[in-house]
Design a protein around this ligand. Structure first.
Ligand SMILES: Nc1nc2c(ncn2[C@@H]2O[C@H](COP(=O)(O)OP(=O)(O)OP(=O)(O)O)[C@@H](O)[C@H]2O)c(=O)[nH]1
Length: 340
């Protein structure tokens, strides 16, 4: 699951909020023109315009970072407008109701971290503003109203925080389940193409090449048949550990399925990719599997392909590496094949 997918529900909330904001600000602009609060009314008309522009901008899917910038700007603008309105003479005390929307808005639109930060900031400013204009008599007369607003704000803040934390944790778990192989903990093939494109972009920037190793454990069926599937699983886990140890970028190591794995190597050379595959092969050979009851070495066959152009489709590179891996099998297994 990508950031874009995670933010889809936030974008939907944002759309609803902008729509309400569009009509609400328009309505308040008319009301405030009638009450001769000219400055406030003009500001509200500007909000109508900005809201319309934002709605137009998000009519099509947008990248996560663009959404984040738009929503943060919106929340900051809303908070500043609220502070301005609080300070504006002639504005009804009912404006305080809007303070209750700040935690809900910041958390629903921006998640727990930004929500906490911006809610603390704006509520801190609102409290400071009230302390600066503190009048004991008014405070005492409106004690019940103050207590209601404070309690409602704190309740909404607390619930928003707890809900967002749980929601983000659940999203994270879903993302892990969708992208990881549950047995080995390596990435599964769902993000293979996307990860490869990112590696290509990094590599193109450094003007180097990107490599791909496809590795398939030899005679794995025999291991299963001879020692049982549980031992087979342990062998798969052991090879996944070897893959992780051979790279400082574990997010680039994948289990493609069964006993087939692959490793994307950005910023490499043909020689380095070959050496890395050779290291994988030797490490598996040397790996102490006797505690699993396996006394002969387990081996792996590797095929390598490299691409010096960022436009090379992943399908082609994968097919090249796969073909070479099968060539390594055909030539006796337990070897690395860098060419056809
Ligand atoms: N233990 C275990 N076995 C699996 C898993 N996934 C696939 N397999 C088994 O892996 C075996 C793959 O066998 P083959 O495709 O014939 O390959 P091989 O025996 O390694 O032969 P070569 O690749 O030609 O060397 C099959 O017996 C599958 O049942 C798994 O998650 N755990």
């Amino acid at each position: 699951m990508t950031n874009d997918a995670i933010s889809t529900h936030r974008i939907n909330v944002f759309k609803v909020l902008l729509l309400l904001n569009f009509f609400g600000a328009f309505w308040f602009a008319i009301v405030n023109f009638n009450r001769d609060l000219q400055l406030l009314a003009w500001l509200e008309l500007i909000i109508v315009l900005i809201t319309a522009l934002a709605l137009w901008r998000i009519r099509k899917p947008i990248p996560f970072n663009t959404y984040l910038s738009l929503a943060t700007t919106y929340v900051v603008f809303f908070g500043c407008f609220l502070l301005f309105a609080l300070n504006h003479p002639g504005v009804s005390q009912n404006i305080h109701i809007w303070i209750t929307t700040i935690p809900l808005m910041t958390y629903l639109l921006l998640g727990s971290r930004r929500g906490l930060l911006l809610t603390s900031l704006f509520l801190g400013l609102v409290v400071t503003w009230h302390l600066m204009h503190f009048d004991f008599l008014t405070f005492w007369q409106s004690l019940a109203a103050v207590a209601n607003v404070v309690c409602v704000v704190m309740a909404i803040w607390g619930m928003s925080h707890a809900y967002e934390l749980a929601n983000e944790k659940a999203q994270q778990q879903l993302q892990t389940m969708a992208t990881r192989d549950h047995l080995t903990g390596l990435m599964n093939r769902s993000l293979l193409n996307q990860t490869f494109q990112q590696a290509c972009e990094e590599t193109a920037f450094d003007q180097q090449i990107v490599g791909l190793i496809v590795a398939d454990i030899d005679h794995f069926k025999t291991i299963n048949d001879q020692y049982g599937h549980e031992v087979g699983d342990q062998v798969l886990k052991a090879f996944a550990d070897i893959l992780r140890q051979c790279t400082n970028r574990p997010e680039l190591a994948f289990r493609l399925g069964g006993e087939e794995f692959c490793l994307i190597i950005p910023n490499t050379t043909c020689l380095q990719a070959g050496q890395l595959a050779e290291q994988l092969r030797q490490n598996l050979r040397k790996h102490p599997l006797h505690q699993l009851g396996i006394n002969e070495p387990v081996t792996v066959s590797c095929g390598i392909a490299t691409s010096d152009t960022p436009d090379l489709p992943f399908k082609k590179l994968h097919a090249d590496a796969d073909r070479r891996m099968y060539l390594a099998k055909a030539q006796g297994r337990d070897q690395v094949m860098t060419q056809d």
